[in-house]
Design a binder for this molecule. Structure first.
Ligand SMILES: *[C@@H]1O[C@H](CO)[C@@H](O)[C@H](O)[C@H]1NC(C)=O
Ligand SMILES: *[C@@H]1O[C@H](CO)[C@@H](O)[C@H](O)[C@H]1NC(C)=O
Ligand SMILES: *[C@@H]1O[C@H](CO)[C@@H](O)[C@H](O)[C@H]1NC(C)=O
Length: 193
């Protein structure tokens, strides 16, 4: 008996452990579909902050506009309330459209204010240059266009900007008040890995 008991006890322990795993797996199938993972597997090491300055060209006039109204504003609205414009605006390194283009700002802006012009901006900066080719940052925020500095959140990113968060500051560099064409300087401050 003294010899059998330890063996029996071991078997009971093994069965207990096995059944524990089985139960855990069974629960896992249904409830614990979210699992923590090793950040090294994602190549996520040290968070860094990047700053870059880009010029955003809103071309509304001419033969090849990059910014096109797709929904007209509510009639009589002095703030263009209700307007929605889709954009595919060039992003360049210098203030001139002829300077190096590193990507496009793709998305839309929409007039969301009935008192004073205030836009809702929803756009991706889609980079097309060097190692950033294919990476994006996503900007979603309020743009009171006549303010000197407009700050908008960077809410995410992809590629080299995975896990991105931060903000941009927009300043009007140039505005043609006849056509509405504008060049806006964007200073981007982005935390990413
Ligand atoms: C809106 O526009 C119409 C047509 O132009 C005009 O008759 C009306 O007085 C305007 N209303 C306001 C509140 O400006
Ligand atoms: C960016 O990537 C696209 C698709 O992979 C490629 O066609 C294009 O030539 C690349 N552009 C630059 C400037 O590397
Ligand atoms: C348009 O711009 C010119 C020169 O910058 C300025 O003198 C004029 O007042 C502006 N017009 C409007 C309607 O803002």
């Amino acid at each position: 008996m003294a010899r059998i008991f330890p063996i029996f006890a071991t078997q009971v322990t093994i069965i207990f452990i096995l059944s524990f795993f089985t139960i855990n797996l069974a629960i896992g199938d249904y409830d614990t579909f979210v699992r923590s993972m090793d950040r090294k597997l994602l190549g996520v090491k040290k968070e860094k902050i990047s700053h870059f300055r880009l010029y955003w060209h809103d071309i509304v006039s001419g033969r090849n506009p990059s910014s096109i109204p797709v929904v007209q504003p509510v009639t009589n609205s002095s703030t263009f309330f209700g307007l929605i414009s889709m954009i595919d605006n060039p992003l360049t390194l210098g203030p001139k459209l002829s300077s190096k283009m590193v990507g496009k700002a793709q998305g839309f802006y929409s007039s969301a204010s009935q008192e004073g012009v205030g836009l809702l901006m929803a756009m991706n900066f889609a980079f097309m240059e060097g190692k950033y080719n294919g990476s994006t940052i996503t900007i979603l925020g309020r743009n009171p266009v006549f303010a000197e500095v407009r700050e908008m959140p960077v809410v995410g990113g992809s590629g080299l900007f995975r896990f991105a968060r931060g903000y941009v500051q927009a300043r009007t560099q140039w505005l043609d008040n006849k056509t509405g064409d504008a060049i806006i300087r964007y200073d981007c401050y982005v935390m990413h890995y």
